[in-house]
Write a protein that binds this ligand. Structure first.
Ligand SMILES: Cc1ncc(COP(=O)(O)O)c(C=O)c1O
Length: 382
């Protein structure tokens, strides 16, 4: 199988990820932070180590400000529902995933928050000045995806962060696409909250994700319970990460996530970005030459996190994806990708699109084969 669905979940994982998850399960997987025996201490140690790895990759000065979640959606829900209050105004972009849009729309409907959606150009690129223009007296939060999961476009995060910071507005970034490929620095980019999954570019297993919260932001937890700390206290402890981490953690997953990050660090983030950029550019350029193929992504290593979105004239995107799978053994995703606003922007809300997303284990040969397959399929329909 040629796996080009890395924007959904990366596959395969580095060998070390498999090995460490299995080792954890077999050798020491007791409850982290819930006991003083050596297995529990070892479980706590790997969780601490993973927190430090996350902090180091994103230039987070205090690892304790990182809480682990089961995915990016949970992290985003904590950030959005834990902070926004009735009467607050939020600015977000036309390229957001439903993991941002749905909690916001629910709060708009049920809790009286106001939302401004800043529009972009035909690729969904945002002019940061339009974020500035949307600011109101009651603007509490700016939320942006780091990169679109539909066409890979990368947002001007640093400029947005500066604008939010200058106005004392909380800046929340959804790094689901881009984390593990692009350098993300919470200090330099003025990011107050950073949500990311562990199972995509960070190369960890499913069931992992995290939320970073700056010290000056104190979200209300959306869930309370056991933390292994302050057990005599009948309310949720208000120290991080316990405030946002109730219940037993996914220790095997978290140690796998740590191994994924260690793998990224060993190869070098810049090298990974360059490699994925080369594959994406090659795919984009070659597909652009094929009659009947319409592309919705930008061909730029700086402005694309590794996604080529396309349609074939006269062909349903789901049929194209089906043929790629069944006849050529190529895994892609078709449809609206949980991001209807992005499809409104790209003009594909009625058709959807086929998404090809590269990972660090794809090869140039695989891309070449995929281009040939799409040329043959396009030929059938045009
Ligand atoms: C931009 C974006 N945000 C949020 C999510 C949700 O991630 P998860 O499935 O880890 O909750 C995704 C997943 O595809 C995404 O691409």
């Amino acid at each position: 199988m040629i796996y080009l669905d890395n924007a959904a979940t990366s596959f395969p994982k580095p060998e070390k990820v498999y090995r460490e998850i299995l080792r954890c399960m077999r050798e020491y997987c007791a409850n982290p932070g819930r006991g003083s025996h050596r297995m529990s201490i070892e479980s706590s140690r790997v969780v601490i180590q993973a927190r430090e790895s996350v902090a180091s990759l994103f230039n987070i000065s205090d690892p304790l400000q990182v809480c682990f979640t089961k995915n990016a959606t949970e992290a985003l829900n904590i950030a959005i529902k834990g902070v926004l209050k009735p009467g607050d105004h939020v600015i977000t972009t036309c390229m957001e995933h439903n993991a941002v849009v749905r909690p916001l729309k629910t709060l708009e409907r049920d809790a009286g928050i106001e939302i401004s959606i800043v529009q972009g150009n035909e690729f969904g690129e945002i002019n940061p000045e339009n974020i500035k223009r949307a600011i109101r007296k009651n603007t509490r939060m700016v939320i942006s995806t780091f990169s679109s999961n539909v066409n890979g476009i990368v947002m001007p995060i640093e400029e947005m962060g500066r604008i939010a910071g200058d106005h004392g507005i909380i800046f929340l970034v959804d790094a689901s696409q881009g984390a593990g490929t692009f350098p993300i620095d919470v200090e330099k980019m003025h990011i107050d909250m950073l949500a990311a999954p562990g199972h995509k570019g960070l190369l960890g297993p499913q069931g992992t994700g995290f939320l970073y919260v700056a010290r000056n932001v104190k979200p209300n937890p959306i869930m309370e319970g056991g933390t292994g700390s302050y057990s005599e206290y009948l309310y949720q402890p208000d120290i991080m990460p316990d405030l946002l981490e109730s219940g037993t953690l996914n220790t095997p997953g978290i140690t796998g996530l740590n191994s994924g990050i260690e793998f990224i660090e060993s190869l070098g983030l810049e090298n990974l970005k360059t490699y994925k950029g080369i594959l994406t550019h090659y795919m984009h350029e070659e597909l652009g030459k094929i009659k009947g193929i319409k592309l919705y992504s930008k061909d730029s290593a700086e402005n694309n996190s590794g996604i080529v979105a396309l349609n074939i004239e006269n062909a349903d995107c789901t049929e194209v994806s089906y043929i790629l799978d069944k006849e050529y053994g190529i895994a892609t995703r078709a449809g609206l990708h949980c991001a209807p606003l992005a499809h409104e922007t790209l003009g594909t809300i009625r058709t959807g699109a086929v998404r090809l997303s590269v990972g660090c284990f794809n090869t140039a040969d695989e891309v070449e084969y995929t281009v040939k397959a799409l040329a043959e399929i396009a030929n059938r329909f045009t």
